[in-house]
Design a protein around this ligand. Structure first.
Ligand code: MN
Length: 201
């Protein structure tokens, strides 16, 4: 994503069937190729609207464009983080965190089990569509769970995303129908803890 003047769809870092049985080939393909792509197209068209206004010296609906851009950019960025903090179960995905992130989870939350419980509760109770995320506060260096509504509400400015889980129904409806809890439980089998630890460092 860095250095580009328009947003582009990143490739998945694994095959589209690699997260089965926790996320099916069809679910992952639709989610990545259609839903993620829609945010990219949206953000690029928001940028074009701003650029066109500048070229023509014309007024644009600044409030509407910026609101839409925040939604589309948030969608693009969070999906990009989501794909890379997943890995196939048993080959990089699942299990317990290792390294420095494991120590910090234990010192902040008391145990990995307690962290899992708090993160799962944050995920289960997102109102409507949104995300659960683990972040680190740049001021205190403490770990913090974020519950993001939509793609762009309740964010803590400047807190980098270490781990994120998509709770939009489009993330799980084919595999789990309306059972968000089953999707959250499945998620723990495909968390890429090496990537989370890398982001933390
Ligand atoms: Mn999504």
């Amino acid at each position: 994503m860095q250095g580009e003047t328009k947003y582009t769809l990143p490739e998945l870092p694994y095959k589209a069937d690699a997260l089965e049985p926790f996320i099916s080939l069809e679910q992952l393909t639709l989610h990545h190729d259609k839903h993620h792509m829609a945010y990219i197209n949206g953000a690029n068209s928001n940028l074009t609207a701003l650029e066109d206004g500048r070229k023509q010296g014309a007024d644009v609906n600044m409030k509407a464009i910026l609101k839409d851009l925040s939604w589309n950019f948030g969608g693009h960025y969070l999906h990009s983080q989501f794909w890379t903090n997943l890995a196939p179960a048993g080959s990089g995905g699942g299990g317990e965190p290792k390294g420095e992130i494991a120590n910090r989870i234990n010192s902040e939350f008391g145990s990995f089990e307690r962290f899992k419980k708090e993160f799962s509760q944050a995920a289960a109770t997102v109102e409507g569509s949104g995300w659960a995320a683990l972040t680190v506060c740049p001021l205190t260096k403490r770990l913090q769970i974020m519950q993001i509504e939509k793609h762009n509400t309740n964010l803590f400015p400047a807190c980098p995303i270490l781990l994120v889980l998509d709770l939009f129904e489009h993330a799980y409806y084919l595999d789990y129908k309306n059972d968000r809890g089953a999707f959250i439980a499945a998620f723990w089998n495909i968390v890429n803890w090496d990537e989370v630890n890398r982001r933390f460092q």
